[in-house]
Design a protein around this ligand. Sequence first.
Ligand SMILES: [Mn+2]
Length: 307
Amino acid sequence: MQKNAEKIFIVHTDLDGVCSGAIAKRAFGNDIKIKFAGPRTLYDTLKRIGSCSLLGIVDVALNHSDYEKVVKEILRLKASGCELIWVDHHEWAEEDKKISQHVRLILEKSPSAASILYRTFAKDDEIAKKIAEIADDGDSNRNELELTLAYKIGTRSNRERLELINMFSRGAFYNEKIEEYKKRVEEENKLIEELAESANVFNSATGLKVAVIDLRGKKLIGSLLAKKLQQKGVDVVFIIYSDSSGVLYGDGKVNLLEIAKKYNGGGHPSACGVNFKLGFFDKLLTRISKKHVPTQAKKLLNDLKTL
Ligand SMILES: [Mn+2]
């Protein structure tokens, strides 16, 4: 009985997700349970939920290839009496929007998903408004508020994300921990400066400047590095984060989402994630050498050359 009454919010693993979790706590009760997921892990996260009275999904796009699987889990949860709300600001495949038959889908163009949540469910709440402003500032990569980058450092583990959510939801925005994060921002800025200097930049077929950065094994705010490179005149930044994942950042001249979709990715036209499938030799070679570039990453690189 008590388990059935559980209210759960699944939010993205970044600052927008953290802010969404904090606003959800203010709007739907401090006792809601927060889970973290991305488009690729959403299905597995849903599968592990037995039952609930309310399930919110915020700032997590629906992975097109998972549509049927996700709908099946949604129908199962609905049958157990769960009400579902899905709030997002990423670009969805047109046909996937029909999921609104089963959930309350709030899909809007907005700098952040957290600010949609604020406008829809917590409009008169001044603290929720402030949290939404942080999310807008961070997710749009403006990073103009004093602590946005420090908060971004604090979203690297689930434990830290939950700490931030609890803090924001209480209307607190600063403590010693944030001060530590601020110091780390300065350290990382130095590294970003060096990496931006030494980045491998080439021209695409139509003359766009493309930079490729291998960040495997480094902890760094990739969006900051991308911004730094863009300030130096680079149009497209491809960051390899791990052997199986990367991010594309653009300055708006091309729709990178078209490329990202070819690599099991998604997001926004000028900021999107990609995921590489590793073949047998990739698995072997990445184990032997940290520098081995997975086949699909090389393919993506070639796609960027043709831009
Ligand atoms: Mn977002």
